[in-house]
Design a protein around this ligand. Structure first.
Ligand SMILES: Cc1cc2nc3c(=O)[nH]c(=O)nc-3n(C[C@H](O)[C@H](O)[C@H](O)COP(=O)(O)OP(=O)(O)OC[C@H]3O[C@@H](n4cnc5c(N)ncnc54)[C@H](O)[C@@H]3O)c2cc1C
Length: 330
């Protein structure tokens, strides 16, 4: 059974690992230059900054086990707050994804632009003009992007699937990354929640342990500020957020500044089940952090929800193959 997975975020990587380990012929396609999706880390001057997910929590035994393996490999460390045990990537969150990607067949810089059902399975075409074929297709990209892709491909879903997928929605998030003169501008352990109505989070990447060479901060705007400024002047929005934090992060301590727009950050309305298997001629699964409201309701546990979704999609494919085998044996 061959499987194509679109998206090398935590959901796609998790599904790919499970299936590859069992001998399935798996290819992962991602439009990015690296793996991880929203588990993203950037270099800014000599500093490092996580600009998507900041930390992970682990509620399910399966994810706890995954975290233990990552800790044993020195890829993940504890970032303790008063209330909770949080985990971070030792070299940034993207390091976790890089570790999980080891040994997988992943094609980067491959933006999927068309999906079509052929007589024996799926055909996927990329912007670069390459074609990939497989028996099963897993879409682990944010659902509005997946629906747009299918729409542009003239690939029609049944009404019930459309309704279920349309109900999933995401919050946007504007993110400012800035190098700063010194660490410790915000209190230990280096994260500061809701300091102003427009700022949801400020993180000190050096206190967090991922930017030893040069201090840097990551600022996530609140969802209302992000919505209002999503398609506006990003530089101006970034300046506005920094001005609001002047008292703690004085302008003269700020060096290089970058502003990033996440159109889809957290899944605010999720599908109840960990994935959706669409009615289609061949297996077509939708998954990622937009799924699994019934298993994990905490909005902030997007990484774990995506992991759970990835595992559930892999289990579905495996069960389909097993039942096809038992029918042919019987
Ligand atoms: C600012 C921010 C802060 C966050 N903070 C936290 C946090 O602290 N804790 C937490 O648990 N979660 C957090 N999250 C959410 C968390 O990052 C996500 O829930 C999780 O990473 C989603 O994983 P995924 O695999 O479902 O999707 P993604 O990581 O989005 O992966 C999808 C992949 O698909 C690729 N892709 C998209 N379209 C195409 C295409 N057409 N062709 C090929 N590839 C394509 C993308 O490049 C991407 O790599 C945060 C997110 C953001 C943005």
């Amino acid at each position: 059974m061959s499987v194509l997975i679109i998206g090398a975020g935590i959901a796609g990587l998790t599904a790919a690992r499970e299936l590859t380990q069992l001998g399935y012929d798996v290819t992962v396609l991602d439009k990015g230059r690296g793996v991880g999706g929203r588990m993203a880390t950037r270099r800014i001057d000599r500093a490092r900054a996580d600009h998507g997910a900041q930390y992970i929590t682990a509620q399910t035994p399966e994810f706890q086990q995954c975290i233990e393996t990552l800790r044993a490999a020195n890829t993940t460390a504890i970032w303790q707050s008063e209330e909770a045990v949080n985990y971070v990537g030792t070299g940034g969150m993207s390091g976790i994804a890089k570790h999980l990607a080891q040994g997988l067949r992943i094609e980067l810089n491959e933006k999927v632009v068309r999906v079509a059902a052929e007589s024996t399975g799926w055909l996927v075409q990329t912007e670069a003009g390459n074609e990939y074929r497989a028996n099963a297709l897993l879409l682990t990209i944010p659902v509005p992007q997946a629906l747009a892709l299918l729409n542009d491909s003239d690939c029609r879903l049944e009404a019930a699937d459309c309704i279920a997928l349309d109900a999933i929605s995401y919050e946007p998030c504007l993110t400012v990354l800035a190098t700063v003169e010194r660490s410790g501008l915000i209190p230990a352990p280096g994260f500061w929640q809701s300091p102003t109505p427009d700022v949801a989070w400020v993180v000190d990447n050096q206190q967090k342990g991922i930017s030893p060479e040069q201090p840097s901060v990551t600022i996530h705007a609140s969802s209302s500020f992000s919505r209002e400024n999503l398609d506006g002047d990003l530089e101006a929005a970034g300046r506005q957020l920094l001005t609001q934090l002047q008292r703690r992060i004085p302008a003269e301590t700020v060096g290089v500044v970058q502003v990033h727009r996440w159109r889809y950050s957290h899944a605010e309305r999720q599908h109840p089940a960990p994935f959706l298997a669409a009615s289609a001629p061949f297996p077509l699964l939708f998954g990622g952090d937009g799924f699994g409201a019934d298993s994990l309701s905490d909005l902030r546990s997007g990484v774990e929800r995506a992991f759970v979704s990835g595992r559930a999609m892999a289990a579905f494919i495996i069960s389909r193959v097993d039942s096809a085998r038992s029918v042919s044996v019987g």
